[in-house]
Design a protein around this ligand. Sequence first.
Ligand code: ADP
Length: 158
Amino acid sequence: MKAIYPGSFDPITFGHLDIIKRASKIFSEVFVVVMENKRKKYTFSLEERIEMIKECTKDIANIKVDYFNGLLVDYLQKNKIDVIIRGLRAVTDFEYELQMAMANKEMCPHTDTVFLMTDKKYSFISSSLVKEVAYFGGDISRWVPKNVEKKLIQKLRE
Ligand code: ADP
């Protein structure tokens, strides 16, 4: 069964990567889809976010990296995907995720959202936390893959 793991991935962290690896063992194919919302401001361009994900998932055979700017349910219908994967870190994630899952279910009744609990090692990691720490010169090597660390440091210099 195919599944989609959508997100901003601005940038991808070990938390995201852990969810991707676990999902790739459960589903036959996992579409990691970078969602582009013109009304949101991102640190990294769409191309940079895609490139970073490709680089750190290249050893996982059943992963496909893609992007979409539109409604998630349109992507699901176009690609005949019935499962949405999301990660849950803390109760603070729950309210938003429940709302999104319900909205998607109402728009596309044959889909289901599957939640994977974060690994406790990564439960506090978010893309924004990583960027904040990097901005002040802190060590982010525990939280993001090497290629992402390099790219973020380079970005902050620009
Ligand atoms: P979005 O803007 O769609 O929330 P994110 O890139 O912030 O995009 O997150 C994508 C998904 O990954 C969300 O379901 C989020 O809860 C999950 N996620 C983010 N960080 C972690 C983490 N450290 N552990 C587990 N799941 C995570």
